[in-house]
Write a protein that binds this ligand. Structure first.
Ligand code: FFO
Ligand code: ATP
Length: 198
């Protein structure tokens, strides 16, 4: 890839991230609550349909698709959940979501304060629910440019089924794919559980 192409790709990604940030920031509080409730129903059906008893998820930032009600449901229903802990150098660790108090970590994201498991622990999960900025119909996932998840996923001995959690408007026809991008199997939005063709 020439330098011009690399610049075009970086610009394209920057533009998509700006659009998604703007759209998410513009959501009103009623719209956010409706989206949270609908997303919770979709996440629960996915977990039930797959018979998943262990999943990874994320504690949402204010503008991200809201996972709080799903995390409560998982806790009440005996579904084991790992939440990411951000370490230095774009590395991830995991901690169990066990109902104990979450404390703000790097990037202001809430993290459980219990024992940390290595990134490789995700290989044993039944399902991974992954934060994303956008995703396309082939499963190419765009994050926020820090590389935490691509790095973690690339190191797993076995990759569980991967689902990006986004809003319907963040599912785009096509995104630029790079060699290090690991495609997701589907996306969960408040409107649907989508499976992408392999
Ligand atoms: N809730 C959550 N936890 C996570 C991630 C994530 O994307 N979301 N990560 C995934 O790698 C890792 C941390 N990486 C981060 C990725 C993005 C931002 C961030 O500030 N993103 C947006 C705001 C989100 C939004 O508007 O929806 C921003 O750049 O403004 C922070 C940390 C691990 N934990
Ligand atoms: N497997 C990997 N090992 C090392 N570095 C990586 C890996 N995957 C991605 N990176 C680096 O991380 C940075 C961010 O990559 P990219 O823009 O694709 O992130 P993203 O999809 O937004 O990130 P995320 O995985 O956090 O959602 C890039 O500099 C990329 O080279």
């Amino acid at each position: 890839m020439g330098i011009g192409d690399a610049e075009g790709l970086a610009q394209h990604k920057w533009h998509v991230r700006e659009e998604v940030r703007r759209r998410r920031a513009a959501m009103g509080s009623d719209e956010r609550l409706r989206a949270r409730d609908a997303l919770t129903d979709r996440l629960i059906s996915l977990v039930r349909d797959r018979g998943a008893s262990s999943v990874s998820c994320y504690a949402s930032l204010p503008d991200e698709p809201d996972t709080s009600a799903f995390l409560e449901w998982a806790l009440d229903n005996g579904v084991e959940v790992l939440l990411p802990v951000s370490l230095t150098g774009s590395r991830l660790a995991w901690t169990h979501s066990d109902g104990s108090q979450l404390v703000p970590g790097r990037h202001g994201i809430l993290e459980p304060s219990g024992e940390q498991l290595p990134a490789s622990a995700a290989a044993a999960l039944d399902l991974m629910l992954i934060p994303a900025c956008a995703v396309d119909l082939r499963g190419t996932r765009l994050g926020w440019g820090l590389g935490y998840f691509d790095r973690c996923l690339s190191e797993l001995a076995r990759r569980p089924p991967l689902f990006a959690v986004v809003h319907e408007a963040d599912v785009l026809p096509a995104l630029p794919a790079e060699p290090h991008d690991i495609p997701v199997d589907g996306a969960v939005t408040p409107d649907a559980v989508r499976l992408f063709p392999r």
